[in-house]
Design a protein around this ligand. Structure first.
Ligand code: IPE
Ligand code: IPE
Ligand code: MG
Length: 254
């Protein structure tokens, strides 16, 4: 069944999506805020602010088309290497974003979760995060997973340490450690594998995002910088996904 969900502007061409083949779990590396600002002769911070504004629209768009989980990369474990002033502005922006948008997301039945080493953030931010999670925890629409202080390697190491401790404590045997077990003990435990990864801004790398969960994801890139990303861009990415043939190491279906 083809369902027309969007009219592409300015022509009347439409993007048709197959309702039964919507990716369940989509991940986005929200990159290019700095380059967007530079192009306009603005300070980098303005790019981050514009990027945060875009996220709201994309969350609602993803929910509309039936994506179940959207995991977005907001701050990596490596982003601490940036100048202190940029780091503190980014932290302030995350706080502001939540304070400004949480009730709107809640009204739209969006559930918010955070992934990453949250204990490494300021107590104030941790409290805001806990409030956002608790307010939206019973919502049944899209789950937005915000990756803050997230690193794929860090996630794997933390999970390995917890598993090793359980083995030492005698509550886990080595044979219990399977791929499914690991998947269900990562920060992303509820949604597991990513179906579609989107990276804007002309960089073609993972940058330590969701290393385990991307094993069989489809990748889609766009030259747009994140602040120029629109709902239409998301639909284009999903439409491209629907033309991919996912074989998972097997053979093409007859
Ligand atoms: C992405 O934009 C936001 C974060 C990494 C926090 P950048 O700040 O990386 O923007 P570019 O890559 O310099 O353009
Ligand atoms: C990845 O972008 C992290 C986020 C978007 C939060 P970076 O800008 O940090 O990635 P690199 O440094 O270009 O790989
Ligand atoms: Mg970048």
């Amino acid at each position: 069944m083809l369902k027309t969900l969007f009219k592409r502007k300015p022509s009347s061409e439409t993007i048709s999506l197959e309702a039964q083949n919507i990716p369940r779990h989509v991940a986005i590396i929200m990159d290019g805020n700095g380059r967007w600002a530079k192009q306009r002769g603005l300070p980098r911070f303005m790019g981050h602010r514009a990027g945060a504004d875009v996220l709201k629209q994309i969350v609602l768009g993803a929910d509309e088309i039936g994506i179940k989980a959207l995991t977005v990369y907001g701050f990596s474990t490596e982003n601490w290497k940036r100048p202190e002033q940029e780091v503190s502005l980014l932290m302030e922006l995350i706080k502001e974003y939540l304070q400004k948008n949480i009730s709107h997301m809640h009204e739209h039945n969006v559930r918010i979760r955070f992934i990453g080493y949250i204990q490494g953030l300021s107590q104030e931010l941790q409290d805001i995060i806990a409030d956002a999670e608790s307010l939206t925890k019973n919502n049944t629409g899209l789950t937005l997973q915000l990756a803050i202080n997230y690193g794929g390697r860090d996630e794997i190491v933390r999970t390995m340490r917890i598993m090793a401790q359980s083995v030492v404590d005698g509550t886990l045997t080595i044979d219990d450690i399977t791929e499914d077990y690991v998947t269900s003990h990562l920060f992303t435990k509820e949604f597991g594998d990513v179906d579609l990864l989107i990276r804007p801004s002309r960089d073609y790398r993972i940058s330590n995002f969701l290393l385990w969960q991307l094993a069989y994801a489809e990748f889609w890139f766009t030259d747009l910088h994140w602040p120029d990303f629109t709902k239409e861009t998301l639909l284009e990415a999903v439409a491209a996904y629907q033309h991919r043939e996912r074989r998972f190491g097997g053979l093409q279906e007859e």
